[in-house]
Ligand binder design. Structure first.
Ligand code: ATP
Ligand code: MG
Length: 564
């Protein structure tokens, strides 16, 4: 698996290459700046891969900086989760973890510097007034009545703000730029607001908090970041980013470059909306396998390498588009196709009685764990008179198109014999209890004489079972772009999780049971003909193994893109 940005000729690499041409000694430095207000998702992975991989390619460094300027929304539990997810992806940030809050004292000094230069003022307008005065894209803004306060007055008031002498919303610090700017962001943006909430890092030390735009560029500069990469929605913020750096006495002037966010089919990536899904108990939590958080994907069976492969495949551009979900699935399927152990499981069992076998008939077959990779070894399966097959592999009513087991017709049992269905046994409610079949003992590993090979189905001997739960996932939404919809909750797919009670091969189950007590190692399987599965390490218990379906076997993305 290639974990680096293979074609390092995306537009950001071209910019960096030029920068290196101008300055051979450039000390390349990036950062990943999450807000600790939720878990990381596949969109963040795009940004993480970009920042950390570029640091590798250019012999540079990448910082992890928590952008913790809003104590109302942040929570310490998210900090640990974010660190764990980055490590899980296989990245290590440079040195210590950084926090924007670490720089609050410095940021305060820079704010005072702007005031002293007559470039910032304390505004006591209400939120609504500030909004109204800001104007719109078509109308210019209006100056605040507090805009022309003296430097001394502003200094005094800002200090009062810091001391907690104003209440929330009563005053804020604004940059004095241009209320007529065609960039609305430049119409005297708010730099500091008052929040009387304890901060997870600085506790009760501060009651004024810098806004993102003020804190971000200065934190980048303090850390010596050279290339500050962010998503396209910050394009307009760049003029403010540069204005603040130019008007404060900072030494480093990092450059901001924007790339398009990842939008993924059937997925919600907005943390705010993901929180709604959790609060409304539509999903189990941040690690529900139906959402594309990194912990959800991990639980569903995605590996770090498959996620990196996906990020590499989507590339870095300035075009906003919706990426096919099947492309993400392709990446994990391709990997598991090479690595997952193949075994048989029956999700919805129905009994087969092979009437011509002795009651104690027992054969042991040694079967490969992978058809093309002998290194993965073999395992034993038991063949007996009574076995289970998948309910959906039998059809009672005659259907010419149906190619699996039907009355009077044959199928091959995987690794074993050809059988023919002759009779059905039903209970008083007309439910099938068992199918009575003839087992052709001349067909082990042999093509039937004068006949076509019949379809192959999977099975498990009743003597070789361990009960298990299987969780089959489908998309959480039944429309391709739920993120676009305000009423996204009206598009929930009620069948996004289906649970089945069936059987796995006993020995495989016993091995998992041993591991489950030792560590939470995830095991990956291909249950033949059904899909790729992994053990659900959260809900599984020794006596109740649960498997999550990672992905089905069919690869529509590959079929479509194979010849491109
Ligand atoms: P949300 O809107 O879901 O809250 P966010 O952008 O506020 O997301 P942050 O924690 O601020 O989330 O994001 C940290 C970094 O990850 C930022 O640099 C941001 O641009 C990047 N990022 C977030 N979402 C995506 C995405 N969908 N695609 C690419 N990068 C993303
Ligand atoms: Mg954000």
């Amino acid at each position: 698996m290639n974990n680096t940005i293979k074609n390092n000729n995306n537009f950001i690499c071209q910019i960096i290459n030029k920068d290196f041409k101008k300055n051979k000694k450039l000390s390349f430095y990036t950062r990943f700046p999450p807000e600790p207000n939720g878990y990381l998702h596949i969109g963040h992975a795009k940004s993480i891969c970009l920042n950390f991989e570029l640091a590798k390619i250019y012999n540079g460094r990448c910082n992890l900086r928590f952008d913790d300027t809003n104590p109302l929304k942040e929570n310490i539990k998210y900090i640990q989760a974010i660190e764990d997810d980055i490590n899980w992806l296989g990245y290590q940030w440079n040195g210590n973890i950084h926090y924007t809050s670490e720089y609050f004292p410095k940021l305060y000094e820079y704010a005072k510097e702007l005031i002293k230069k007559g470039l910032a003022y304390v505004d006591q307008s209400t939120k609504e007034q500030i909004r109204e005065y800001r104007g719109t894209l078509n109308t210019p803004g209006k100056n605040s009545p507090y805009r022309n306060r003296t430097i001394e007055e502003n200094m005094e008031l800002f200090k009062k703000m810091k001391k907690g002498e104003f209440s929330e919303g009563e005053a804020c610090l604004r940059a004095k730029i241009d209320m007529n700017s065609s960039f609305i962001i430049m119409r005297d943006p708010v730099l500091y607001r008052i929040i009387f909430t304890e901060h997870h890092q600085t506790r009760k030390k501060w009651c004024i908090y810098p806004m993102y735009d003020f804190a971000h560029c200065l934190s980048d500069s303090i850390e010596g970041i050279t290339h500050s990469l962010c998503t396209l929605e910050f394009q307009d913020n760049k003029c403010l980013y540069n204005w603040i750096l130019q008007n404060t006495s900072v030494k480093n002037h990092p450059k901001q470059y924007e790339f398009s966010r990842l939008n993924l089919e059937f997925a919600i990536l907005s943390k705010r909306k993901l929180k709604v899904l959790i609060e409304k108990k539509i999903i189990q939590g941040w690690n529900d396998p139906r959402i594309p958080t990194l912990s959800g994907l991990k639980r569903k069976g995605y590996t770090p390498s498959s996620i990196k492969e996906f990020c590499q495949k989507i590339g870095i551009t300035k075009q906003n588009n919706l990426i096919e979900f099947s492309m993400l699935e392709h990446c994990i399927r391709k990997e598991l196709n090479q690595t997952a152990v193949r075994t048989m499981a029956v999700l919805e069992p129905i009994k087969i009685i092979l009437y011509n076998l002795e009651k104690n008939h027992k054969e042991i077959f040694i079967v490969p764990n992978h058809p093309n990779n002998p290194e993965l070894g073999t395992h034993k399966i038991i063949f007996t008179k009574i076995i289970y097959i998948e309910r959906s592999d039998f059809k009672e009513k005659y259907d010419q198109k149906y190619k699996r087991l039907k009355l009077g017709e044959e199928v091959r049992l995987r690794y074993a014999y050809i059988i023919k269905a002759e009779k059905i046994e039903k209970d008083e409610y007309n439910n099938i209890i068992s199918i009575i079949c003839y087992c052709d003992l001349n067909t082990l590993g042999k093509k039937p004489k004068n006949k076509k090979n019949p379809a192959v189905i999977h099975w498990i001997s009743v003597q070789n079972t361990l009960p298990a739960e299987f969780r089959l996932y489908d998309q959480l939404f039944n429309i391709k772009n739920p993120e676009e919809k305000k009423d996204f909750l009206s598009y929930i797919n009620s069948e996004s999780l289906i649970k089945k009670q069936g059987f796995i091969e006993k020995q495989i189950g016993i091995n998992i049971q041993k591991n489950i007590e030792k560590d939470n190692k995830i095991s990956f399987f291909q249950f033949e003909r059904i899909g790729y599965f992994c053990i659900d390490y959260l809900d599984s218990k020794k006596e109740n193994l649960i498997f999550n379906r990672t992905v089905s076997l069919r690869d529509p993305w590959n079929l479509k893109n194979k010849f491109k």
